[in-house]
Design a protein around this ligand. Structure first.
Ligand code: ZN
Length: 135
């Protein structure tokens, strides 16, 4: 999916792929709403071997990204309610935003980690050694 973005950070973020090679999976589960293990990621890239958690506590920094995503989701939900139901009370806004944030939490959690990773690594797909195919 989004193969025209290969080589760009957005490809890694949208497809949950390794930020360095854009081939190996970052998350264990394919979808954000497999609630059993939606937040788990592999320790290393299966293709290029990149260690995802470069130091202990590395992913604590993803909280800053998560905060920004939460604000963006809240504003988007608020604008949608303003446009669709202009005469709503503040209770409708608060309830809708709260429910929306709970529903979007798995997506936000996953996105914040992969976006955080992409701050520190960039695509090196052509510079990496090609994996040997076994015959
Ligand atoms: Zn990789």
């Amino acid at each position: 999916m989004f193969s025209f973005l290969k080589g760009k950070r957005m490809y890694s973020i949208l497809n949950s792929k390794c930020p360095r090679c854009h081939e190996g999976d970052f998350h264990v589960s394919k979808h954000a709403y497999q609630l059993k293990d939606f937040g788990e990621n592999h320790e290393n890239c299966s293709v290029c071997g990149l260690k995802y958690e470069k130091e202990p506590g590395f992913f604590y920094g993803a909280m800053y990204v998560s905060y920004a995503l939460t604000v963006a989701f809240s504003v988007a939900i608020g604008v949608a309610i303003f446009v669709l139901f202009p005469a709503s009370s503040y209770k409708v806004y608060l309830t809708s935003i709260l429910i929306g944030l709970v529903v979007l939490f798995p997506l936000s959690y996953r996105l914040s980690r992969i976006i955080w990773m992409n701050f520190f690594y960039h695509y090196q797909g052509d510079a990496l050694p090609k994996p040997q195919k076994e015959e």
